[in-house]
Structures are given as C-alpha cells and as structure tokens.
Design a protein around this ligand. Structure first.
Ligand SMILES: *Cc1c(COP(=O)(O)O)cnc(C)c1O
Length: 367
C-alpha cells in the first residue's frame, strides 16, 4: 500500500514541500493591470496574415533545433552587436533558470559550499525562486529609499559573497526605475572574472536605453530580454545575448526544442512587423506620462519615476486602494508585503486611455 503523504515526504525536497506555487489570480471579468501586459492586440490584417503562417507551421515535426532563422532575426532587428549571439528561452523565466542551473556549482569558496545569486531588492521574484530551485544561495541587497542602487552595499556584498550571478533588472521591477548606468558598470567591473552580471532588460521597449551595445566592453556581462512586455506575453519567448563562448555553456543545460514551432513562427512574424509593436510601446510611453502626472496631482499619492510600462506609487492605504479597485473590477498589484521599502506601494500597468481612466477614477475614490 502506498500512502501518498508518506510518498511525498520520502521523495519531494523539504524546501519545495514548504513552499507554494507562483500565484496568478483569475482575471476573467477584470481590467487586468497587474501583469505588465500590452493591452493592444495586433491589427486585424496582421492577425490574418499570422493565421496563414501558423497554418503552414509543421506541427508533426520537432522544431529545427538550431532556431537559426529566429536567432538571425533577433540579432538583425534587436541590436545584438556583431560577433555576439543569442540563446532562446520559453520566456526569460526559463533563461533565468538556465543561468542558475549552469552556475550552481558546489564551491569551497562559498561559506555554505553553494554558489551565490545576488540581486538588489526588491527585485523580480524569479531571481530568488530560480536560485533556490537550482540549490544556490540568494543574497538580496536593499535598494535605497528612492529605489536607487546602494552601490557601496552592493560592492561590499560582492566582495563578501563572491556571487556567481548578479541580476540587475534595467529598469527594475517592481520599482520601475533605471539604475544609474555608472553604478551598473561599477558592479560589472567589480565582478571581473569571478561573476556574471545579468542585465535583465525585460522593459527595454519602454526604457529606450540598453546595455546591449556595451557587450564587447564587458565579457562578464550578459543581456536578457523578452518579447512579453512588448506585446507577446502569450507566446513565451525570451532571449539572452552574450559572447558565444559563454552561450555555449548555457546552451548545454537548455532543454532541447524548448521553443515550440508556434512560438517560433509567431515570433519571426512579429519581428518582421516590429514597427507595429514599437508604435504601441511609444503610445504606452505617452500614456505613462499622462497617468503619472494625473496620479501625482492626487493628495497623498507619491509617484515614483518609471521607465517601464508600469508605475509604482505610494498611497496612504494600499490595502484600501486595492480593495476599492478590486470592487471596481480593476486588478493591480499590492507591493506592500513584498519588501519593507514598499510599504503602501501599489504597481499599475499602463494601459489604454479608457482603462487608465477607469483605474484613475477608482484610485481617486479609494483615497
Ligand atoms: C516580466 C519580467 C520577466 C519575465 O519575462 P518572461 O519573458 O515573460 O518570462 C523577466 N524579468 C523581469 C524584470 C520582468 O519584469
């Protein structure tokens, strides 16, 4: 007789049993401003053309394992410097996991015997989760109160922990700001040949600035991006640009065929029409300025600068604001419990003028 609880206790890792799944609230019937999605779909003529291409996709075969065409389009259209290449992930979430798996060596240099992932906090939650699942230690170094990097603390933590990986989201999620580029460079230089700096540019379409062109200057830097925030969250495609020698190592732990044929076809199509997605991003940037200004005019609301497609604001009572918004069928993210620096902070995705104004009215009502 097999007892399922005993079986689980005998087989599943203790930290996995103690943890919980990544929670995503059911959004049906709600205005969804909690996940940094692009509210715009592809225009109808493009959708029709895409349908034809998807109908021609070869579904009975495995994908072409090299993904050569898609990689070429990424290199050509997204600013990857000559001599540099990309690997692809099922979302950048998978790339984070690949990076951690590849770097999770047992190391006598580390106090715990485990390699370390370091990031400024609050940070994107997958950095910590992936580090944990790969069996690495995670060190979070608090940002300053204005969400800028605490460079001396970062450099001290790097000297102490010798991290194999340092994740820097540029702009940062959940705070929305761009770190000072000279601080990022100081961190990359401090890591030297002991650690890899991962510049996570998930919001690059909105930030309009990038470390990509600096790849040749910093061999220990890699640049990670995704099509998700640009408007294709549903297809799950992330990419990592780096020196080919480093990519060869990461490619060894990448699951073969990790990008499915439908994603590949849709991504190639989207890259042929990047101008459409870029125009959507540009109009979201205009909407961001308007929404930020409108919120800044409200009593008791502090708006933090954003270079992403979301805005983080501090309100008098985040719980009350989120409850009011929820009752008005608007989903946003309450950041209050995530980190001490985020008390009474909420995060809202910038959306269409209509959705932004529904949000704004509900926010006013909550104050
Ligand atoms: C959304 C986000 C990602 C994840 O992107 P996917 O490609 O959808 O997995 C990575 N990093 C940051 C900072 C993000 O906000």
């Amino acid at each position: 007789m097999t007892d399922i609880d005993t079986l689980i206790a005998n087989t599943i890792r203790e930290d996995v049993r103690a943890g919980h799944s990544y929670k995503v609230p059911d959004a049906s019937g709600y205005i969804k401003l909690d996940a940094m999605e692009n509210p715009y779909e592809l225009p109808d003529p493009l959708r029709t053309e895409l349908a034809t291409r998807l109908a021609d996709a070869v579904l009975n075969r495995y994908p072409v394992a090299s993904y050569a065409t898609l990689k070429q389009k990424i290199r050509d259209n997204l600013g990857v410097p000559a001599g540099y290449d990309v690997i692809l992930g099922n979302g950048s979430d998978e790339i984070i996991s690949i990076l951690c798996t590849a770097c999770a060596r047992q190391s006598p240099d580390d106090k715990s015997g485990r390699a370390v992932v370091l990031a400024p906090t609050p940070a994107f939650v997958m950095f910590q989760r992936s580090a944990q699942f790969a069996g690495m230690d995670y060190v979070g170094v608090p940002l300053q109160a204005d969400f800028s990097l605490d460079l001396p603390a970062m450099l001290a933590a790097i000297a102490e922990h010798k991290p194999a990986l340092v994740f820097l989201a540029y702009p940062n999620n959940p705070t929305g700001n761009l770190f000072a580029s000279e601080d990022v460079i100081a961190i990359i230089e401090a890591l030297g040949d002991t650690g890899i700096a991962v510049v996570d540019e998930a919001y690059q379409p909105f930030a309009r600035t990038s470390f990509m062109e600096r790849l040749p200057q910093y061999p220990n830097m890699v640049v990670m991006r995704t099509l998700s925030k640009l408007g294709l969250a549903g297809i799950r495609l992330g990419y990592l640009a780096a020196a080919p020698a480093l990519l060869d190592q990461f490619d060894k732990v990448r699951p073969p065929y990790n990008i499915n044929v439908l994603t590949q076809v849709a991504a190639e199509f989207a890259l042929d029409h990047l101008d459409v997605l870029d125009a959507q991003a540009a109009s979201l940037n205009d909407a961001r300025s308007e929404l930020a200004a409108a919120m800044a005019a409200l009593p008791g609301v502090t708006v933090y600068p954003s270079s992403a497609n979301f805005i983080t604001v501090r309100v008098p009572d985040a719980e009350r604001t989120c409850a009011t918004l929820f009752a008005e069928k608007v989903l946003i993210k309450n950041l209050s419990k995530m980190h001490g620096l985020l008390a009474n902070c909420i995060r809202v995705t910038v959306s269409t003028p209509e959705e932004n104004s529904i949000f704004l009215n509900a926010l006013k009502a909550s104050l």
